[in-house]
Design a protein around this ligand. Structure first.
Ligand code: HEM
Length: 417
């Protein structure tokens, strides 16, 4: 008989991690004018991105080492594609503290060995079929809960929950523990500024996953845990610490970023009713609208790298052992790449050239899944919420953050079904 696995809650069961991250990611309303003025000075310069944005330091980084920022599209894409110079060692400090030996902390050739295995599962041919079997049911179940009322906070009642619901079903975990799982998945990432709760969530997820892997090896199903638990590299199972780190990262990366991306797209369309009307008239614009939202205000503004050697970028010398902030948010609004970059335009011809999923060997593994999820969620919204508009009696959406972005509320009205 299969042993029932139990995930343990935080000792302080009332702790609510959602939106705590604003202390770490910032509450900046619009970081783009500052980024534009810096990028206009030069494509790279000394400076700590967090400090420039008025945030406290990332306490997990070693102190006393130089920080640099890369800002232009040309230099950002070049840096992301040069892992031998711009190493992901920078993530051993913060992502490493949250997730352990994650592929985000690795460099070639180790990175490629493990990434190959994980990547296979998220190739377009696989994730496409999850659209019908997993994404649509999760999306529609959530919508059923408010569709009769004619009003909703689309963030709190919808976008915050649906991507986590999708990954949770893919892992085939018990539905009754979904809320607790989501809470611990978010809490584990707070380790850089709330060590107590962050490390407690880490420990509790850390004791759960090895037991789950062991159980699924004995009795495999067709879920992601079973698939990865049986996967092999060079004739051996994946090392347990790498596998556990991947699951920890997955429940977070998959749940958190797509929620942000969908929320920003919705906020932008509702703030620009002409663009929403265009989309309603011609649904074939939806894929490009998704790319444009990711470009215009991508959920992840900055990637960290570690200079493995002395290097010169846009004429600036970056010495070995510096932290390098590669600012995707600045590259995505570079006028040298995108015409009139501060305009949200769902018909922009080169919207998909953004670097919101990064570039190079660490480019987001989940990008195809994220696109399927955003397509399905937006299609359901356009189909099921006629006459969707901002609620004039409630505060308008306010996208916030300097590291990660999202609006915390999106109050809408629609014709109830
Ligand atoms: C709109 C949604 C998403 C955005 C904007 C996003 C963004 C990113 C970015 C910027 C990176 C690269 C960081 C770097 O260069 O070091 C990344 C990596 C990653 N993402 Fe996503 N992501 C999204 C959705 C997802 C989903 C749905 C999954 C789950 C399948 C996922 C899993 C991962 C993983 C595992 C990595 C690490 C890849 C590696 O280091 O090789 N992401 N993501």
């Amino acid at each position: 008989m299969t042993e029932m696995l139990k995930l343990r809650d935080l000792d302080n069961t009332a702790f609510n991690p959602f939106f705590e991250e604003r202390f770490f990611f910032g509450e900046n309303e619009d970081p783009y004018p500052l980024l534009a003025s810096l990028r206009a000075q030069n494509g790279a310069m000394p400076g700590d991105y967090r400090e420039i944005m008025g945030l406290g330091p990332d306490v997990t980084f070693p102190t006393g080492i130089p920080h640099f920022m890369i800002l232009s599209y040309e230099e950002v894409t070049r840096a992301l594609q040069a892992p031998q110079i711009f190493s992901n060692r920078a993530y051993t400090f913060n992502i490493g503290a949250s997730f352990g030996r994650s592929i985000s902390t690795m460099d070639p050739p180790e990175h490629g060995r493990f990434r190959r295995i994980f990547q296979k599962i998220f190739l377009p041919q696989y994730v496409k079929k999850w659209g019908d079997s997993i994404v649509d049911p999760v999306v529609n179940d959530l919508m059923d809960s408010f569709i009769g009322t004619g009003r909703a906070d689309l963030i709190q009642q919808f976008t915050l929950h649906y991507p986590f619901g999708v990954i949770y079903r893919q892992l085939d975990l018990p539905p009754e523990e979904g809320k607790l799982f989501h809470k611990l998945a978010v809490t584990q990432t707070l380790v850089s500024f709330d060590f107590k709760h962050g490390s407690e969530a880490n420990a509790k997820l850390g004791e759960y996953f090895p037991k789950l892997i062991e159980q699924r090896r004995r009795q495999p199903g067709d879920d992601l845990v079973s698939l990865l638990a049986q996967a092999e590299v060079d004739g051996e199972h994946l090392p347990e610490d790498v596998l556990v780190s991947f699951f920890r990262q997955l429940i977070n990366a998959a749940g958190d970023t797509t929620y942000r991306g969908t929320s920003i797209l919705l906020a932008k369309l509702l703030e620009h009713p002409d663009q929403l009307a265009l989309l309603r008239e011609d649904r074939s614009l939806l894929p490009n609208a998704i790319e444009e939202a990711l470009r215009f205000d991508g959920p992840v503004i900055e990637q960290a790298r570690w200079a493995a050697h002395d290097v010169q970028v846009a004429g600036v010398v970056i010495p070995a052992n510096s932290i390098v902030h590669v600012v995707a948010g600045a590259a995505n609004r570079d006028p040298a790449k995108f015409d009139d970059p501060d305009r949200f335009d769902i018909r922009r011809p080169n919207a998909n050239r953004h670097v919101s999923f990064s570039a190079g060997p660490h480019i987001c593994i989940g990008q195809h899944l994220a696109r399927v999820e955003m397509m399905r969620a937006m299609t359901a919204i356009l189909d099921r919420l006629p006459n969707l508009r901002l609620d004039p009696d409630m505060p308008p959406p306010a996208i916030r953050g300097a590291m990660m972005r999202v609006p915390h509320h999106l109050h809408v009205l629609f014709d109830p079904k």
